[in-house]
Design a protein around this ligand. Structure first.
Ligand SMILES: NC(=O)c1ccc[n+]([C@@H]2O[C@H](COP(=O)([O-])OP(=O)(O)OC[C@H]3O[C@@H](n4cnc5c(N)ncnc54)[C@H](O)[C@@H]3O)[C@@H](O)[C@H]2O)c1
Ligand SMILES: O=c1ccn([C@@H]2O[C@H](COP(=O)(O)OP(=O)(O)O[C@H]3O[C@H](CO)[C@H](O)[C@H](O)[C@H]3O)[C@@H](O)[C@H]2O)c(=O)[nH]1
Length: 323
């Protein structure tokens, strides 16, 4: 049985949809940003907080948990600058409670959702895991702190872990039963699609004077189902003893500018957008593109879904939400 913390959220629910086919799944989620409706009916959902030791103890006593996959976090960069306590409390302190309780019950396999934000502003075009980590906001720092804690816990307590640093997660499940639901929504692709469905007046492009080909920021968009598959390979590597500790980037290895993404959305949907060119959003690096070579070499994982398909899947989901 696998415990998925934050399994009612966007990325966690997509992982659960794949994982229920091969393992029994129990989800712990406080539904602060997640939704009961995203949870697969084959999984057990416990509504509770990951910082609540009593709830965690009950779970580890009652269920034979082999591994924990930890998606739960607050993850809005701007909010983390305004309210760092919330981020260090939920993303770091509560994660320590989770790790400590796991270890007390002799559960030693852990998969952690980290982020490209741990790299800060990189000075290379393609980022591999050897690049220095230098996060520029409390959100990125909270994730890097947990990565460092995992290293120390592995050394001292024999914890086995895989850290997955996602670049820009996007898209929806092929069934269109689940997809990206954040409230408020801050991510580029859902914002564009909501606009094209008439739910927003316009799209604001944040910054046109970056040192990139068309002046807008470049990102590496990765489909949630590709992310889910990487988690399953990481889980199998931990459970089989093939890997004890590892850090991997998860991305497509291809960069698309904000303008490229808007153009692709227009092509996929056939709807013309209303675009406003606005100032830069604070804290945005000009370019974040992954090298995911390491996880390919170690576990054979490679992203399979390209930007057109990512947007097609997201469009299908957003249209289904209109009804
Ligand atoms: N979305 C992205 O592009 C992206 C990129 C890099 C990393 N990440 C990381 O991936 C993870 C999942 O992101 P997401 O976009 O699915 O976010 P999300 O907000 O949709 O999901 C997070 C889930 O965790 C739950 N949660 C939060 N705090 C909790 C707590 N204290 N106890 C129990 N449950 C709690 C929420 O209710 C929600 O269901 C996060 O850790 C995030 O930092 C996301
Ligand atoms: O309305 C919008 C929304 C976004 N953007 C731009 O589109 C790009 C992508 O922005 P997103 O908000 O979709 O994604 P981020 O790259 O900011 O953030 C993602 O990557 C980060 C790592 O850098 C974190 O991990 C975070 O959780 C994750 O969502 C950025 O240049 C942003 O400025 C716009 O121009 N207009």
């Amino acid at each position: 049985m696998i415990l998925v913390v934050g399994g009612a959220g966007y990325i966690g629910s997509h992982l659960v949809k794949e994982l229920v086919n091969i393992e029994e799944v129990i989800i712990l989620d406080n539904l602060s940003t997640g939704f009961r409706s995203l949870v697969d009916s084959k999984a057990i959902l416990i509504e509770g907080d990951l910082g609540d030791e009593a709830v965690l103890n009950d779970i580890f006593l009652k269920y034979p948990i082999k591994a924990v996959m930890h998606f739960a976090a607050n993850s809005l960069v701007g909010e983390s600058v305004q309210d760092p306590y919330k981020y260090y409390e939920n993303n770091v302190a509560s994660t320590i409670t989770l790790l400590n309780t796991m270890l007390k019950h002799d559960v030693k396999n852990f998969i952690f959702s980290s982020t490209a934000a741990t790299y800060g502003i990189p000075n290379v075009d393609i980022i591999d895991e050897e690049q220095p980590t230098n996060p520029i906001n409390p959100y990125g720092r909270s994730k890097l702190m947990v990565e460092q804690i995992l290293g120390d816990f592995a050394h001292a307590y024999g914890l086995h872990y895989v850290v997955l640093r996602y670049f820009n997660a996007a898209g929806a499940h092929e069934s269109a039963e689940i997809g990206e639901s954040h409230d408020p929504e801050t991510h580029l692709i859902p914002i564009i699609l909501q606009h094209l469905l008439g739910q927003r007046e316009k799209i604001s492009v944040f910054g046109t004077d970056y040192d990139t080909q068309d002046g807008t920021c470049i990102r590496d968009y990765i489909h949630v189902t590709d992310l889910a598959k990487a988690h399953i390979l990481a889980l199998q590597a931990l459970l089989s003893g093939k890997k004890n500790t590892a850090i991997y980037n998860l991305g497509n290895g291809k960069g698309f500018s904000v303008k490229d993404v808007i153009d692709t959305c227009e092509k996929v949907t056939g709807v013309k957008p209303n675009i406003e060119y606005a100032d830069r959003r604070p804290g945005d690096p000009a370019r974040l593109v992954a090298s995911a070579k390491k996880i390919y070499e170690d576990l054979g994982w490679k992203a399979a879904i390209d930007l057109d398909e990512i947007i097609e899947s997201a469009w299908k989901w957003h249209k289904s939400q209109m009804n």
